[in-house]
Design a binder for this molecule. Sequence first.
Ligand code: HEC
Length: 125
Amino acid sequence: MNMCSRLVYIIFIMLLNACATEPTVSYQFDVNPILKDNCLQCHVPPNGVGYLRTGLNMRSYETLMHGTIYGPVIVPGDSRRSILNKLVEGRAGSYMRMPHDKKDPLTEEEIKTLKLWVDQHAKNN
Ligand code: HEC
């Protein structure tokens, strides 16, 4: 390959890589709406049952990241170890699955959004 075609080849590979990366998930536009629709009814003060039992208040990014009275439920960058992801994915068993109370589980798409967001370091974006 001459210099020029090598350059074209490299740029082509870089473009392919750029297109293949996952979209950036936003807390404000992607994550918060999922929590609002599926979790907030039980996870806000003063009398959400999930809040009363664990102290987990999902009203804001700050309170969500604060977690329960026992500690954080999100490990930024590591959805495998995050309790929140474990519970919505049903990895902690069907009894502990969130949302609670025989409510419909999150859709595949919603579960994936929460997972990606945590793996992208759970930013307040
Ligand atoms: C119908 C009420 C209800 C809904 C809706 C609900 N939760 Fe909960 N949540 C609870 C209760 C009650 C607990 C306390 C633990 C228990 O009793 O299982 C809890 C606890 C938790 C905990 C802490 C678990 C621990 O052991 O530290 C997390 C994380 C959690 N919920 C996430 C969520 C998420 C995410 C959603 C939405 C997808 C959600 N919850 C929706 C009731 C609810």
